[in-house]
Design a protein around this ligand. Structure first.
Ligand code: ZN
Length: 653
């Protein structure tokens, strides 16, 4: 565990709060120390208030901030004396604690202080750092973890038995710490939870954390990679989509299921004792919020949900206030053939679950090497899972986006209408798989909810492979936009070759038949029913001279979509067609082509752009937004429809 301290970088952060920001970020950079909002840090600073009175302020990490990206504004300034006073009370409810912290802050707009603020306050050191280090937890979470920790650290740390975070933990530390701390003490271990370090400077506190964690790593010895056997490369998309449907049913809403088959995940999933070791509990209690207490082993979602309901019934009976059961769907699925699958309301959430679990499985394996992984009793985990202050971390403001947890596939996604469709579906919360023959699609968006795959949709082998890849990333398929197409205009029938005709039919028609055929089994398993939006053309109702192959291919596609609507209605799949016209912000319409066509009709470019009944321009975005809406709740009762998006065309009307 190397220290990441760098003098040059550190010099950019001025003052106590500045250096607090710097080393907090250093901790946040190392994922084996803290993950996704875990851990917290503080500094105590003497300041004058507006009336010139001097007092000590605890700047402590605010809720909702990640150490990796924290800024000065992410620290809540709370009056230290008041927090220390609170630690002497015998009881303090959560709402009271939050109220006392919020009403004793210096800045009204500061975030709510960390639930561990009182604990930071009672530690008599200027800088305090707290992490959930993997190595420390691997040593702790063993049958004789406490003995190992005491033997490892001796007087350098004070050991606190497990107490639920919040006021009770702070109070317990306020009792034990002064009694057990010695001049040699540089840290504190909270058994089954994490570790603290302290110092007079940010650097000292940070480097003590690194040194303490390095000791735990040394005790664990070198990590032995567990061998994994490669899994069958056969397609698993139908099994995955069926699994995702079941998990979505248990969750009560569609979810993303991401499949991970990296060597570490596979080795863990294939371990003979995985069912025994993976179901003992999380590495540290606050992971329960994202991962639930235990993963699901295998694919019996109903069985998992039933066991979860029993766990809830058993432990909720003794809570102070009545609790409502959270959804009983698993967040981590471990399956010999699938590897490790993680579940979330969005691709980002599913990724966070994987980030946490990939550390958990390593920690479990290292503890196993040290005599056996042991987690806290289920009741302790339940208390944190159903702790209002923890749940508050998951509440996002506003309603969930329309396509939250759903997956859309868009063809021709690298440019024009397809690219705009990607944007419209992402904006509605869907994860999007974009296919395009142009490899630019792979770098269209750098975000976890977009997967761009270079794929020629007319290639009968590449297409199923791309769909398989998309389903492995997100778990299934809910919506498909058939957009990829070609428009080689300007050839009259008497000069139209068989080759050109066949090429246009191949891309605009045959490839879409293959796409419908390949995606049907997946759309059938979509939790809210599958939807298909077909990008047709004004040329279907109103063909133009010189575009025989294009017009015929799009007319056949529209007819194919109508038959699909009839055949798939019983499967809950809706399929509707859009007929755009004169969408000029696409790759085929360069400024020269536009100028040439405008001249051909005796119009200015501006007149030509708006050459429709409403005299409006029709953009890729207009078409994409309508394609997305067609897949949304407004059109829940519509299938087999053909809708123009052309500004009004006299020949169509
Ligand atoms: Zn903690």
């Amino acid at each position: 565990m190397p220290s990441l301290w760098n003098d040059e970088e550190a010099a950019k952060y001025a003052g106590d709060l500045g250096s607090r920001v710097y080393t907090s970020r250093l901790l946040g950079r190392d994922k084996s120390l803290v993950l996704h909002g875990g851990g917290n840090t503080s500094v105590k600073v003497r300041e004058n208030d507006i009336l010139g009175r001097e007092e000590t302020i605890l700047y402590v990490k605010g809720s909702g901030w990640d150490l990796e990206h924290i800024e000065a504004a992410g620290f809540s300034p709370v009056r230290l004396d008041h927090l220390v006073g609170l630690s002497k009370l015998t009881t303090l409810s959560d709402p009271q604690m939050v109220n006392e912290m919020r009403t004793h802050m210096l800045r009204a707009d500061a975030p709510t202080p960390s639930v561990e603020a009182i604990l930071h306050a009672i530690l008599p050191y200027k800088f305090v750092d707290h992490t959930h280090s993997d190595a420390l937890l691997a040593v702790c979470n063993t049958a004789d973890g406490e003995r190992r920790i005491r033997a490892l650290y001796g007087e350098t740390v004070v050991v606190i038995p497990y107490v639920m975070p919040g006021f009770d933990l702070a109070r317990r530390c306020a009792e034990i710490f002064p009694r057990e701390a010695t001049p040699k003490t540089i840290g504190m271990v909270l058994l089954n939870h994490g570790i603290f370090s302290f110092g007079a400077t940010a650097r000292e506190s940070y480097e003590r954390m690194i040194a303490l964690v390095a000791q735990a790593e040394k005790a664990l010895g070198p990590e032995k990679p567990t061998p994994s056997r490669p899994v069958d490369a056969a397609p698993i998309r139908r099994e995955l989509a069926a699994l995702r449907r079941d998990v979505s049913t248990a969750a009560g809403h569609p979810v993303i299921v991401s499949t991970h088959q990296d060597p570490a995940s596979l080795a863990f999933a294939q371990a003979g004792d995985v069912a025994a070791i993976a179901t003992r509990g999380p590495a540290t209690p606050d992971h329960v919020l994202r991962t639930k207490r235990i993963p699901m082993i295998g694919r019996d979602v109903q069985g998992y949900a039933k066991a979860y309901a029993q766990y809830f019934a058993q432990h909720s009976a003794s809570t102070r206030e009545p609790k409502a059961m959270l959804d009983p769907a698993p967040r981590v699925i471990i399956d010999r053939d699938l590897g490790v699958c993680t579940v979330g309301k969005s691709a980002k959430d599913a990724q966070m679950v994987f980030d946490i679990y990939s550390h958990t499985l390593r920690t479990i394996q290292r503890s196993e090497g040290l005599g056996g992984w042991r987690a806290l009793p289920a009741k302790d985990i339940f208390d944190v899972e159903y702790w209002d202050l923890e749940q508050a971390k998951l509440v996002k403001s506003g309603a969930a986006p329309a396509f939250a947890g759903e997956v859309a596939l868009v063809t021709g996604a690298a440019s024009g209408i397809g690219k705009a469709c990607v944007q419209s579906f992402l904006a509605r919360g869907a994860a999007v798989v974009g296919l395009d023959i142009d490899a630019a699609v792979t770098t269209l968006h750098q975000r976890v909810d977009f997967l761009g795959i270079a794929c020629d949709v007319t290639d009968g082998e590449a297409l199923p492979r791309a769909i398989e890849q998309g389903v492995r990333a997100f778990g299934g398929l809910d919506m498909v936009v058939l957009n990829a197409g070609i428009f080689p205009g300007g050839t009259r029938i008497e000069s139209l070759t068989d080759g050109e005709w066949a090429r246009v039919m191949h891309v605009n028609l045959d490839a879409n038949l293959a796409l419908l055929r390949e995606t049907h089994p997946l759309l059938k398993l979509a939790p809210r029913g599958g939807r298909v939006a077909v990008i047709g053309s004004k040329n279907v109702p109103a063909p133009g001279p010189g575009a025989a192959a294009y017009s015929a291919s799009k007319a056949a596609l529209a007819q194919l979509a109508r038959v699909a609507a009839l055949e798939w209605g019983a499967d809950g799949i809706r399929i509707n067609t859009l007929h755009p016209n004169a969408v000029f912000d696409t790759a085929i319409w360069s400024q020269e082509v536009l100028a040439e066509r405008a001249k051909h009709y005796g119009l200015s470019v501006e007149q030509y752009r708006r050459n429709n009944v409403l005299r409006v321009e029709v953009t890729s975005r207009d078409v994409a937004e309508l394609a997305a809406e067609l897949c949304g709740p407004l059109f829940a009762r519509t299938t087999g429809a053909q809708i123009p998006v052309d500004g009004g065309n006299e020949r169509v009307i």
